[in-house]
Design a protein around this ligand. Structure first.
Ligand SMILES: NC(=O)c1ccc[n+]([C@@H]2O[C@H](COP(=O)([O-])OP(=O)(O)OC[C@H]3O[C@@H](n4cnc5c(N)ncnc54)[C@H](OP(=O)(O)O)[C@@H]3O)[C@@H](O)[C@H]2O)c1
Length: 249
């Protein structure tokens, strides 16, 4: 039975991935910040898990901005699961870019949540994952981390830091048989993007959740979800800086 730990489990994308794992018999431990939303995700997964749902689906509330609490949180989760095969790290916030430009503290708080909390967890978890062929660390970064744009470069910088950190960690853990999977979604219709106008490029949390589980199964290095974003980002990152800085993106 796969033992799966999900951080930021109340995220629409993470909950969708957890539903797939729970439905196919995994043992899943959910860490989320908002008690009511976490309880709703936990209850839903227990129902999907069927008989033994309460024993297979556990949860804990935590504000992941509190880095000092990470070691005990991981201990507790690993003890409950009886080991650790797959981890998904999903917490994130979409900053108000103008507020980040106006106040340093706001920009740093966003970087703390979107990058530092992730790097703290990855550093601790890298030493706890199961060995060759089983251990898998998946983290939701973003296409926004591939290139800085004026409309959201604080978020993009945090996600870019995560992507680069994961690249190095993957290089380090390869020799230990542990997969590090960088997830780069494009536009996904979730509470984070509730106020955005939707269009043909948008995906559902269920599509992205399934893509995450498939990427972990295949032990991929990096996936764009949906996959067409790889082409879009290849075009965006190939635009020369002298041209790019003149664009309103
Ligand atoms: N939606 C998109 O278009 C898109 C695109 C690319 C990447 N992503 C990334 O995908 C991930 C999941 O986002 P989503 O789209 O599923 O949006 P979402 O439903 O709003 O999920 C974001 C989650 O992060 C949690 N979170 C934020 N700060 C936290 C903290 N300090 N401690 C614990 N949990 C915290 C939130 O918890 P609460 O329930 O307590 O608020 C929420 O569950 C994020 O990393 C996001 O950056 C999203």
């Amino acid at each position: 039975m796969q033992r799966i730990l999900v951080f930021g489990a109340t995220s629409a994308i993470a909950a969708a991935a957890a539903r797939v794992w729970a439905g196919r018999g995994a043992r899943v431990y959910l860490v989320g910040r908002h008690p009511g939303r976490l309880q709703a995700v936990t209850d839903d997964l227990r129902v999907r898990a069927g008989a033994g749902g309460v024993e297979r689906i556990g949860s804990a509330t935590a504000d992941l901005d509190d880095l000092a609490a990470h070691p005990a949180l991981i201990e507790q989760a690993v003890a409950w699961l009886g080991g650790l095969d797959v981890v998904l790290i999903a917490q994130g916030t979409l900053p108000d870019q103008a507020a980040c430009e106006a106040e340093v503290a706001t920009a740093l708080r966003e970087i703390h949540t979107n990058a530092l909390s992730v790097i703290s967890l990855c550093t601790l978890l890298a030493n706890r994952l199961a060995g060759p062929g089983r251990g898998c660390l998946a983290v939701i970064s973003s296409v926004a981390g591939d290139r800085g744009r004026q409309s959201n470069y604080v978020y993009g910088a945090a996600k870019g830091m995560v992507s680069l950190f994961l690249q190095g960690l993957r290089n380090r853990l390869h020799a230990h048989g542990v997969a590090v999977v960088t997830i780069k979604p494009g536009f996904v219709d979730t509470p984070m993007t509730a106020s955005f106008k939707k269009g043909p490029l948008w995906a559902t949390p269920a599509q992205v959740g399934q893509g995450i589980v498939a990427a972990c199964d295949a032990r991929r290095d990096e996936v764009y979800l949906p996959g067409f974003w790889r082409l879009i980002m290849a075009i965006i990152t190939s635009v020369p800086e002298a041209v790019f800085k003149r664009l309103k993106l």
